[in-house]
Ligand binder design. Structure first.
Ligand code: FES
Length: 204
């Protein structure tokens, strides 16, 4: 069964600008993009890949992604800013995401946030510590409502929080007693990932 699309106007060939991705990665995406009816279908994982390589979604990276999938930079920006996983300035080494949805809200997320800000010396509204080590943001439900309030740091969940427990967790991380996952949210597909389409091709 031929699952490759041959009608997509843009086959994943940027028409301007130097690629922020290594050439072999661009090649990987060029191959993947032909499996979808429209090139824009790969936009979200492509943005994750760019973010992982560049460190954040720079203007150049957004423009390059727009060229690659054949839509405007404004459209790319509109899609990217809908999701909280994308960053537009260099990411902190330790990224805290506190859920602010209903269960966590009712069970004390404000006190958790206050404890974090106090521990890290963050002013209200300040998203990153001056040394760039920690960042803090509030996010939508992370699916752990029964253990609210909760936060994730570099993707690792910490649940049933209260201010004292929150402070203790931060202290353990700072002192090296607790090791976080090295890489923050990384959703970009690995080059070895075999897609459903490739399975279908192999069976055909
Ligand atoms: S409401 Fe906070 S994890 Fe669901």
């Amino acid at each position: 069964m031929d699952t490759q699309n041959t009608d997509t106007p843009n086959k994943g060939t940027p028409n301007k600008g130097e690629s922020p991705l290594p050439p072999e990665r661009v090649e990987w995406w060029r191959k993947r993009v032909t499996h979808f009816p429209e090139a824009r279908a790969v936009l979200l994982p492509l943005l994750h890949d760019l973010q992982d390589h560049v460190g954040c979604l720079t203007r150049e990276a957004l423009r390059w992604a727009a060229d690659f999938v054949g839509i405007t930079p404004t459209e790319v920006y509109g899609v990217a800013t809908f999701y909280w996983m994308y960053e537009y300035e260099p990411r902190a080494r330790r990224q805290i995401a506190v859920c602010h949805n209903i269960s966590c809200d009712l069970r004390g997320k404000d006190q958790v946030l206050e404890a974090i800000r106090d521990e890290l010396g963050l002013a209200p509204g300040q998203r990153k510590t001056d040394d760039g080590e920690w960042s803090l943001r509030t996010v939508e439900c992370m699916g752990s409502c029964t253990t609210a309030p909760m936060m994730a740091i570099n993707g690792e969940y910490f649940e049933n929080l209260d201010p004292a427990k929150t402070r203790a967790i931060l202290e353990e991380i700072r002192s090296g007693k607790h090791e976080l996952p090295a890489s923050p949210e990384t959703f970009a597909p690995h080059p070895e990932v075999v897609t459903t389409y490739e399975h279908e091709e192999a069976k055909a």
